[in-house]
Ligand binder design. Structure first.
Ligand code: ATP
Ligand code: MG
Length: 226
């Protein structure tokens, strides 16, 4: 394991009168899988969105790979998100009009890759997530668990250095959830991607190298998972 890849220092973020983050600090090392736990409303999603450059904190700094993310222009942050970060959310992230293989190929197509090679790579990722059988179907024609696997394939197809996942198995039953988590963490470990994973479930957190707890907008404690 190498040094810090992504560091947040004393982040503050309020939504109107509501504090979401109050001095949150955190370091993610290259290739590590970190589970972010904590009660509902404690600031987990806000922390993830700040780390990913989707939400700008009111105060504090975020440094990614030696660059201060919080000092970049919106355009530069978007470009960095496309090349270096992957995302999986709880649900609803696939484009309904596209087939599964087209969904997975989409980030490559947006980066300018030709259709044939993009879809070939997408098909490999679908096979790796064990959903190659739904390649030609649209998201409305597959199960929730299959949809999440397709979303995981799409998040990893660009070989991101950091994968952000916000309750990626929250809408699945526990058996499917564990299967998706196992595939997600194996794939991330194979490609060397760091994973920042928000979850409510201790069983999901067991797939991580390290667990952190967010309370009242602050990272309260950290523990290494045995
Ligand atoms: N877009 C928003 N507008 C207004 N308030 C928000 C917004 N997003 C979050 N909040 C508030 O900020 C606080 C932290 O929210 P956040 O979504 O980060 O919590 P969370 O830990 O992810 O919760 P959950 O486990 O329920 O997903 C909460 O009080 C929430 O109501
Ligand atoms: Mg949340």
């Amino acid at each position: 394991m190498t040094g810090a890849l992504l560091t947040a220092e004393r982040l503050d973020k309020t939504y109107g009168p509501t504090p979401a983050l109050s001095g949150a600090s955190l370091t993610i090392r290259a290739g590590e899988v970190v589970a972010v736990m904590g009660p509902s409303g404690s600031g987990k999603s806000t922390l993830l969105h700040c780390l990913a450059g989707i939400v700008r904190p009111d105060a504090g700094t975020i440094t990614y790979d030696g660059r201060e993310l919080t000092a970049l222009s919106d355009g530069a942050r978007s470009a960095l998100r496309r090349t270096d970060f992957g995302f999986v959310f709880q649900f609803g992230q696939l484009v309904p009009e596209l087939t599964c293989v087209e969904n997975v190929a989409l980030p490559l197509r947006l980066a300018g890759e030709r259709r044939r090679s993009a879809e070939a790579r997408a098909a490999e990722w679908l096979a790796r997530l064990e959903v190659d059988d739904v390649a030609g179907k649209r998201p409305g024609e597959i199960s929730g668990g299959q949809g999440q696997r397709v979303a995981v394939a799409r998040s990893l197809v660009t070989a991101p250095r950091v994968l952000f996942a916000d309750e990626p198995t929250g809408a699945l039953d526990s058996l499917n959830g564990e299967k998706v988590m196992g595939l997600l963490t194996d794939a991330a470990r194979d490609t060397g991607a760091a994973v920042v994973l928000v979850t409510h479930e201790a069983r999901v957190a067991a797939y991580s190298d390290r667990e952190i707890v967010v309370r009242d907008g602050r990272v309260r404690d950290t523990a290494v998972v045995a």
